[in-house]
Write a protein that binds this ligand. Structure first.
Ligand code: APR
Length: 327
């Protein structure tokens, strides 16, 4: 019998729960949901309850995947992939960056446990502010950089394609596009490299309409926070599961991911071990980030990319001031 993958999801809230559901629906492996919620109330056990509810979808949806819930990190032992969604989400009026001090403490403690209990796992970080949290994960675990990845681009690209499809009145499946840079409002869309089955989108829409889609993708997360009072979870989870699938099935998918860069796209040229995680096209397979695809940016793209990198650097600077040992 083929061994099933083991996927642990740390943080069983909105994104974590939806991730677990989708991972099971696609039968990508057995899922362990870990959370600390209600740990102080002995009569309650949120992750166990959520796992049980999810497991009971199995007969209806027709999936065979074990889903278990736990407070105990010993249960993540042997995980092939660990997804980290632990942390607080945004409230209306907050930027992702406003979460940096609270979530870096949470991600640091989660990382210490992953290092101890799942030392061979590939880690996908989802907690925000993403580019800084994935840096914390890398520093604290000490894992090789190809095994630490941030989910941001998969979601941002999905939003970008969705808004273009709305505008063009075509299927989302037929839109190809990419975004680079940090997971903030200064992410870098590439309209000149976006197409509808190879037809440049610049031939199909006037510049201002494309710009409107680009702008909406940049603040798409904030648009949802305003409507719901908390941050999105369905599309963030879909983006995360896309990455897990590429890894577990060794698909070599090219997915915009927050991957560790030094020379790539001028992130930290020649600075060995002093790079940053920023959104770049990454080949994801069984080893994690198997390759970063680089290409020459035009002057406008380069200007936006430099600004985005400098923002990521500032944000990581905040983390380094909070935790000098992570410098
Ligand atoms: N260890 C494990 N779980 C934790 C910890 C911790 N130290 N601290 C918080 N959690 C759990 C919470 O108990 C909660 O169940 O993380 C879960 C977060 O779930 P939600 O509050 O529903 O937030 P969600 O919408 O899932 O977003 C999680 O991902 O995209 C980012 O900005 C988002 O940072 C946020 C994170």
């Amino acid at each position: 019998m083929m061994r099933r993958a083991k996927i642990s999801v740390i943080g069983a809230g909105n994104i974590g729960g939806e991730c677990a559901r989708s991972l099971a629906m696609k039968e990508l492996g057995d899922v362990v949901l870990l959370d600390i919620a209600n740990k102080d109330k002995p009569e309650l056990h949120m992750p166990k309850g959520k796992a049980l509810d999810l497991a009971c979808c199995g007969p209806v949806e027709g999936f065979d995947a074990r889903i278990t819930g736990t407070f105990d990190y010993a249960d993540i032992e042997g995980s092939d992939v660990v997804v980290v969604t632990a942390g607080v989400p945004r409230k209306p009026g907050q930027s992702r960056d406003d979460l940096v001090s609270i979530n870096s403490g949470i991600v640091k403690s989660v990382a210490e446990n992953i290092k101890k209990f799942a030392p061979n796992a590939i880690v996908i970080v989802v907690s925000n502010p993403l580019d800084a949290m994935v840096y914390v994960m890398w520093k604290v675990t000490g894992f090789p950089a190809h095994r630490v990845i941030g989910q941001a681009g998969a979601l941002d690209v999905a939003r970008y394609k969705t808004f273009l499809a709305f505008e063009l009145g075509v299927s989302v499946e037929d839109i190809q596009g990419l975004l680079l840079g940090g997971h903030g409002d200064d992410m870098v869309p590439l309209p000149n490299r976006t197409s509808v089955n190879g037809i440049p989108v610049t031939d199909l829409l006037p510049a201002e309409k494309i710009q409107a889609c680009v702008d909406r993708a940049k603040v798409g997360g904030g648009e949802i926070v305003k409507l719901m009072g908390t941050s999105a979870w369905y599309a963030p989870s879909a983006g995360t599961v896309e990455m897990v699938e590429a890894i577990v099935r060794d698909k070599k998918r090219v997915i915009a991911s927050a991957a560790y860069c030094e020379d790539q796209f001028g992130v930290a040229p020649g600075q060995k071990g002093k790079g940053y995680f920023v959104g770049v096209p990454a080949v994801l397979g069984a080893k994690g980030v198997e390759k970063i695809i680089t290409f020459k940016l035009d002057d406008t793209e380069k200007k936006f990319m430099d600004e985005s990198i400098s923002h990521v650097r500032d944000l990581v600077g905040v983390v380094k001031r909070l935790y000098p040992e992570l410098a």
